[in-house]
Design a protein around this ligand. Sequence first.
Ligand SMILES: [Mn+2]
Length: 427
Amino acid sequence: MMNPAQIEMSNTATMEAHRCDTEHLGEQLQRRGIDLNAVVAQVAAFEVAVPSWALGTGGTRFGRFPEPGEPRDVFEKMDDIAVIQQLTRATPRVSLHLPWDEPDDPGALRDHATSLGLGFDAVNSNTFQDQTHQVHSYKFGSLCHTDAAVRAQAVAHNVHVIEVGRALGSEALTVWLADGANYPGQMHLRKSFERTLEGLREIYTALPESWQLFTEHKPFEPAFYATVVQDWGSSLMLAQALGLRASCLVDLGHHLPDTNIELVVARLVTAGKLGGFHFNDSKYGDDDLTAGSIKPYQLFLVFNELVDASEAGMLDAAPAYMIDQSHNLKDPIEALLMTVDNLRQSYAKALLVDRAALAHYQDTNDVVMAEQVLKTAYETDVRPLIAEARQRCGGALNPVAAFRASGYRAAKATERTGVTYAPPQSL
Ligand SMILES: [Mn+2]
């Protein structure tokens, strides 16, 4: 982990400028009837899980360009996540992927995490790749497969993931299915969905009482003609059929360009089935870029729906927030620091929306003023507020600057020698 003195030193360097900026923002907000400290407290309470697969350099089928100092195993990934937590105070949990980051000894991994102040969020199963020890192939699907033996193997893997998750202290399972077809006629569209539901029912039965199960939709890739859980409607059907502890995960990158994702969020809220998020951003497909890097206004509008739903008492439990990104070019730690910052900024801006005014303008069909209410919130520079939230919890005013000044990566480059692990592509 980083030496806390390094964070303090970095904070001291910019403290005076930060104080001025925060004071100025506080005055601005006061004129709008908003108490800065109340928003800081809400932002400070925002947490998001870091995925175990995001700490190594990502790649595409064209290649991978790893940098020195990346983690070699799941224990070293935990160390990196602990640094992100030190700097942001927003990432106390890890979302583990099996088998990519399967620990030989879950108890030892849990102890290591605990020693770093970390816990475990949803565990992720993988039935979209064949593993060496595997008897049956997932080439033509897993839970949707025509062969009952393949389906049984996929169910057994998910049950195993639940067992590992229990040992780690996790309380949710995310099932993302790559099942689908590349050509018309290849797969019976209705029956493949029904078989998938049947398999999910078996997995749901194995779920401990306190656990949640998340289904995740995706319109294409790796299947290019039809995916079994193509859209939020299919995901909702599965979650509704399974029961109370099943809900839908919205991966921001799992939508066709121009899809109105905030509307998807609103519908899932109404259905009482919004389970959580996989945050990332995309220009074209499942690009897995830094959340808020391409379409920051969309990210704000998503959080706007969440804040609206929360204030209306429509969310029984806080949705599970997770990051799902692939860092092909950026230093993964720096990319994740940026991500957490972008998420908190979007959340803070959503908290600044004057909801009474918005409701009034909506009721009176004043299109211009309604949009302006959103724009006023969105265009507020909330960066001092985010920095203040971090600082109050012991984090860094400027996480990326503090991280760079610490020399952490360079130190790891000399320490982490030898074989680099084979990184996965992203979920
Ligand atoms: Mn995902």
